[in-house]
Design a protein around this ligand. Structure first.
Ligand code: NAD
Length: 484
């Protein structure tokens, strides 16, 4: 059986905690043991990261650092199949998704932030002085230091390198706490770090759980200089509280309950294709997914029937088989949570247009399966309509006009992503400007240009990452004023 060890100061080590199990969600079988980092291991990882800042890593030129980032992208791509298999085993997600999104994007993040750091300008201001000599101000972009990186399980490599790549590009060092559900690819990346010559201590991985365990040991560690986190809003609050000791900056990419708005002038075929993915892709375990759809009344019945048909067309099964289009949920515990909402919908009198239960998947009785599900008929304050479920399910509500659609979309404490489906250009611009969301997609979903600002409004997060916005978080600007 595989063992995933912690990666500390360039070495793979077991960790002082009791090893825990990693399961394949498609079968429920244990596939690996995971070395569990205790407080002492986190201390050693942070100390190594701090030492590396002033070691060979801190002495590299920008050009040398950029060269290493590109080698990391190449290093992942050179072992693409291993990363792919590891991600699929940890998540059960179909190869069609992991091979097109998770692994290529996981690698591409290093090239994107190599480009960004190569081209970001710095600011200068000339100023007058009473003696006429003048002064020149310029800003230096300095690494923040040791960054604590805490990651979720839904897009493990992609979301981890989304933070590690810009952190390293800016000259920081990192201690990463992957999700306890998905330890594999972060560990494998340690091998790539060593292979391409990243100095010891620059990238460290500590495995374990969150509150009261490895995650909290890391975010509460006094020598962590900033914390970047992607995960649930409640966890974000705990992490923000931990980071407040010592006044450390945080970047929080949190949960959502994202609305989709479909107007009666939308292109039906294109909407169904995009909206179908937004509701069900990755078994609904995408922070940007659409769990509330508002549909203009005139096309409600047609859209509802066709979306339900789409939901029923997914194929469950072996994730390594290209014909499989839907994987299981990540864990038995997460399935319990998702199915509790399926129960609540039924008890609340929802009309179930598709799914609503657990499928029989031939050959995989132990998998954490749920059916893609479409409901309608619940009130806007029902938990199915207000809470992030994080499963392959969505609730449809009719609306009459633009104003009502915007009000319904915005009646949520979250503000991560929205989709708008319309062929009326003026309406698209108008509504996009009024929807409370960090990202609004018009006639598309998950179309990502990695230079753009990414993050949530309201309880969906603090700060923006992506492009130069990541560089703002992972560096500190220091002004130098020179009297001439
Ligand atoms: P989670 O918050 O349960 O866990 C995320 C990570 O935090 C894990 O590594 C966990 O061990 C750690 N953790 C938990 N409690 C902690 C604590 N008190 N201190 C330190 N670390 C702690 O989230 P999850 O279930 O892994 O992921 C799903 C959630 O992530 C959803 O809410 C989803 O919307 C969100 N998400 C958001 C984005 C985004 O970009 N906004 C992207 C992906 C996922």
């Amino acid at each position: 059986m595989n063992t995933f060890r912690n990666f500390i100061d360039g070495d793979f080590v077991d960790g002082s905690g009791e090893a825990f199990e990693d399961r394949f969600p498609t079968t429920g079988e244990v596939i690996a043991k995971v070395g569990h980092a205790g407080q002492d291991d986190v201390d050693r990882a942070v100390t190594a990261a701090k030492r590396a800042l002033n070691g060979p890593w801190g002495k590299l030129s920008l050009a040398e650092r950029i060269g290493l980032l590109r080698k990391l992208a190449d290093g992942i791509n050179a072992r693409f199949d291993e990363f792919l298999a590891a991600e699929i085993k940890d998540t059960g997600k179909p190869t069609g998704i992991a091979s097109h999104i998770d692994i290529p994007r996981g690698a591409a993040n290093f090239n994107v932030f190599a480009d960004q750091i190569a081209t970001i300008p710095t600011e200068t201001f000339e100023m007058a002085t009473p003696d006429g000599a003048g002064a020149l101000n310029y800003a230096l972009r300095m690494p923040r230091g040791v960054i604590g990186v805490v990651c979720p399980w839904n897009l493990p490599l992609l979301l981890m390198t989304w933070k590690v790549a810009p952190a390293l590009a800016c000259g920081n060092t990192v201690v990463v706490k992957p999700s306890e559900e998905t330890p594999a690819t972060a560990t494998l990346l340690g091998e790539v770090m060593n292979a391409v010559g990243i100095p010891k201590g620059v990238y460290n991985v500590v495995h374990g759980f969150g509150g009261g365990d490895t995650g909290e040991f890391l975010t509460g560690h006094p020598d962590i200089d900033a914390v970047t986190f992607t995960g649930e809003t409640a966890t974000g609050e705990a992490i923000m509280a931990a980071a407040s000791k010592g006044v450390r900056p945080v970047s929080l990419e949190l949960g959502g309950k994202n609305p989709g708005i479909v107007f009666d002038d939308a292109d039906m075929a294109a909407t169904l294709e995009g909206l179908g993915r937004a509701c069900f892709a990755n078994t609904g375990q995408v922070c940007l997914g659409t769990e509330r759809v508002y549909v203009q009344r005139g096309i409600f019945d047609e859209l509802a029937a066709k979306l339900a048909e789409k939901a029923r067309a997914y194929r469950f099964g072996d994730p390594f088989d290209k014909a499989t289009t839907m994987g299981p949920l990540i864990s038995a515990e997460h399935r319990r949570k998702v199915l509790s909402y399926y129960d609540k919908a039924r008890e609340g009198g929802a009309e179930i247009l598709a799914g609503g239960g657990v499928p029989d998947v031939d050959g995989y009785p132990g998998g954490y399966w749920v059916q893609p599900t479409v409901w309608t008929g619940l009130a806007q304050d029902h938990p199915v309509v207000t809470d992030e479920i994080f499963g392959p399910c969505t609730h449809l509500t009719p609306f009459d006009d633009e104003e009502e659609a915007i009000a319904l979309a915005n009646a949520s404490p979250y503000g991560l992503a929205a989709t708008i489906w319309t062929t009326n250009l003026g309406r698209a611009h108008r509504v996009a400007a009024k929807v409370d969301a960090g990202i609004t997609w018009v006639n598309c979903w998950f179309l990502r240009d990695l230079r753009t600002p990414f993050g949530g409004s309201k309880r969906s997060g603090i700060g923006r990452e992506g492009g130069v916005h990541s560089l703002e978080f992972y560096t500190e600007l220091r002004n130098v004023c020179i009297k001439l």
